[in-house]
Design a protein around this ligand. Sequence first.
Ligand code: HDE
Length: 681
Amino acid sequence: MSETPKNNENSKQKQLEQFRVNDANKKLTTNQGLKVSEDGLSLTAGKRGPTLMEDFHFREKVTHFDHERIPERVVHARGTAAHGEFEVYESMKPYTKAKFLQDPNVRTPVFVRFSTVVGSRGSADTVRDVRGFATKFYTEEGNYDLVANNMPVFFIQDGIKFPDIVHAIKPEPHNEIPQASGAHDTFWDFVANNQESAHQVMWLMSDRAIPRSFRMMQGFGIHAFRFVNDQGKAHFVKFHWIPKLGVHSLVWDEAEKIAGKNPDFNRQDLFDAIEMGDFPEYELGVQIIEEKDEFAFDFDILDPTKIWPEEDVPLKIIGKLTLNKNVDNFFAETEQVAFHPGHIVPGIDFTNDPLLQGRLFSYTDTQLIRLGGPNFHEIPINKPVCPFHNNQRDGYHRQTINKGKVSYNNNSMAAHTPAPTTEEEGGFVHYQEKVEGSVVQARSESFNDHFSQPKLFWNSMSPSEKQHIIDAFSFEVGRVKDKSVRQQVVDMFANVDLAMAAEIANNLGETPPTAEESTVTKASPALSQENTNKTPVGRKIGVILHNGFHDAEVKDILQRLNLAGVAYEIISDKQGVVTGKSKDDLMVDHTFSTTDPVLYDAIYIAGGKDVNEKFYKNANYFIMEAFKHYKAIGATHDGIAWLEVNQMIESPGVVEGNGKSFVEKFLQDIAKHRHWDRNVV
Ligand code: HDE
């Protein structure tokens, strides 16, 4: 086991390097190292005879193959991950003694896994779902895992209900339908009969559930945790990740189509960005509440179905995460990484949030079956970069060779070692919160208000965001067959907003609800994606070209777009090259059939000479789809004709012209992300 590097910069990469193997240009051997002379023919009795038992190479190869799969995660099965680094901007010493939050010069290695929750490992990326955002910090005091989601609240308040919500939302057990979707009876039956779910359901029906990119998604630790400083003083804390590129979403029609056109859409986007050196960045924000203010709010700060509105508890930005390296092997790293909210370091501690308490049990337990035993911490991706020593021994796949005969405490034969460390020397000491109470199965009444914050969320939405929520409810509950469940859902959400529920009821053909109007008028502007950072950086556009295009001008435009951080792909009717009017070429990345408008943030059409009818129609489809999905559309030269025919000129987010001013206006329109003020029927 390696000793702690003094500066842990890249320490994880150095450690992983010992395990990386490149098989290229090597001789083929068995797992025992025996060089193999034949790999395509098994050993048989005669050229047309049966295979012989004796063929150990055949048996080893096929047996290993037969055992290649491990159980997928029971939730968050579909995911993708990357390596990176975290830096703190200023010392957090006043609040926490966690070493990785003290020194702005320290870069802590991290591994981040993004995921959907409900679908199985091979399901599509762009389904309506919560996204996981799990970060493992390899600190010099041990691994710290911030196992977060892209929504700041959860469906339930108590860990004991987790199997229920998951059973309800997973495919129904009699026919395993539908895949990766909450649009079915059992999920909505659960919702209507567990009203604490109202807040997260509002988020799930919002655009947050269909992120444009993992690079454009927030992360939330959800629970109240504790920061503890070196004086033993504690503060309540909530963790937020804020993407530098802003928080952006797809539109539902687009998300559904992408699920077919490129089910790997989000995973590909992250991988490609990192490969191109466009490293995704997220700032870490904390909301801090003093212990004396534990009861100062009109909600219980321990309730995981509640946010701490940023207007009441400001967000303090304390550091930055940069993802800068893709994995070398998906299974070894992404599939085998094991997160656990209970992996903490001195200076960070738990609270009595009953959901968090439930999680503290579940995560190790699930690794035991998924990774096949208690030694999963020895798998390279899970191994801390600091030394670890204890008296735990044996078990499946044990790799450490513990020397000596002592594996117990207390002992004299090894001079009482490995020995515990005092708090002063960095030993973890649980926060000594005073706890009193009778042993009960009951919840504090302070957890009972299930509708004020969903209403706060609703009040904070822009008109288009509100419409999307109504559309999403109408779609999801519209798939429910049980009439009673549909009505129960409508009645439940009338407690959030009466007019919203009435519109949903109308779309569903259910009876309009009759609840009392909510009295909550407060809004939290931080919740609306309209108020997020808007930039063209990180966007990808489709460029439609035909032979005879204005090469010099178009190339100049593409270069300017590229300089502004926009990636592009050239689309035409044939693979190979398109040749401009001055005989300058551009390589075609895609034909109309190998790509689709839903895969781009904007479309730029420069056209060309003498397009045939098929080209014309295909290009038209790209423009019409982009228009329908409220995306920026740019046209220059021969491309402008398409805008004229479709009467798009002067529509919001549609820009035509030439040269520098075209680029500037087009970039602004790309940055806006979507043009909701466009008239789309
Ligand atoms: Fe998880 N969750 N969870 N969860 N969770 C798992 O652990 C669980 C919850 C989250 O990329 C499992 O290793 C319970 C909240 C993420 O590998 C499992 C409860 C939040 C990931 C588990 C919750 C999360 C998981 C499945 C209620 C956001 C993916 C595989 C008490 C703050 C991590 C695994 C990865 C994974 C249990 C609630 C986030 C079964 C019992 C709240 C991001 O242990």
